[in-house]
Structure formats: structure tokens, C-alpha cells
Write a protein that binds this ligand. Structure first.
Ligand code: ATP
Length: 121
């Protein structure tokens, strides 16, 4: 049990480190909070909450993996290395894919609600 609590502590240490050092992670957390506020405002359905929370989890998870991979590349290859560059680029591409998926999902869920709010005004 003590080992489990320690592991959770290390995970929170990682979160704190990513938040303190990564501007992108702070932006993504802010966007996630805005999405949650919009979900509450528009009173979205359970299914829509599932999609929104899935997107939030995927984006934050991919950014954390990307941060870890970047740190590992910098550790093992501080000098310019073509392969090291590829590793970072591919890792960044994974974040991009999830970001596009999130943008599409957010648009499908929120755009009709925003438009009907505008029309009702
Ligand atoms: N050691 C390296 N060898 C070759 N190319 C690299 C190396 N380090 C970085 N690059 C290239 O520069 C790009 C940007 O790298 P960088 O480490 O600045 O990442 P970043 O996405 O700007 O991350 P952050 O700003 O969060 O540190 C990489 O995607 C890669 O193309």
C-alpha cells in the first residue's frame, strides 16, 4: 500500500513538473477547463461528457508522453542527431493527431449549441 501511495506521489510530481515547465501543457489544461465550463453551461448529455473527457484525457496524456520523450531525447542525444530529430517530430505528430480529433469532437458537440444560442439572441 505504501508503495502504491508513493507511486501516486511520483505521478503528481510528474504532473507538477509538466505544468511548471511546459507552456503547451498549461494551455491544454486551460482549454480543458474552458471545455468543462462550456459543458456545464450547455448542460451536455452523458454521452457528450464521455467524448469531452476522453478528448481531455487523450490530449493531456499525449502531451505528457511527448514531454517525457523530449526529455529522454535531450538526455541521450544533446547534440544534433537526425534520428533524435525524427523521434521528437514523430512524438509531436502524435499530439497533433489527438489535437485534430479533439477539435473535430469539440466542433461536433459545441458548434450547434453555440449557433442555436446566437440564433435565439
Ligand atoms: N538533438 C536533436 N537533433 C536533431 N534535431 C533536433 C534535436 N532536438 C530538437 N530537434 C528538432 O527541433 C525540433 C524542436 O525541438 P525542441 O526540443 O525545441 O521541441 P519543442 O517541441 O520545441 O519542445 P519544447 O519547447 O516543449 O521543449 C524537434 O521537433 C526536432 O525536429
Amino acid at each position: 500500500m505504501k508503495k502504491f501511495i508513493l507511486s501516486v506521489g511520483y505521478a503528481f510530481k510528474g504532473l507538477k513538473h509538466a505544468f511548471a515547465t511546459q507552456l503547451n501543457f498549461r494551455i491544454q489544461v486551460s482549454v480543458a477547463l474552458i471545455a468543462i465550463a462550456m459543458g456545464l453551461y450547455f448542460n451536455i448529455s452523458n454521452t457528450e461528457w464521455h467524448w469531452i473527457t476522453l478528448c481531455i484525457a487523450l490530449v493531456l496524456m499525449m502531451e505528457l508522453f511527448n514531454t517525457g520523450i523530449e526529455a529522454l531525447v535531450d538526455l541521450v542525444s544533446p547534440q544534433y542527431n537526425k534520428l533524435a530529430g525524427h523521434v521528437k517530430d514523430v512524438s509531436a505528430a502524435a499530439v497533433l493527431i489527438v489535437a485534430i480529433f479533439t477539435l473535430v469532437t469539440g466542433t461536433i458537440i459545441f458548434l450547434p449549441k453555440i449557433l442555436s444560442l446566437i440564433h435565439a439572441a
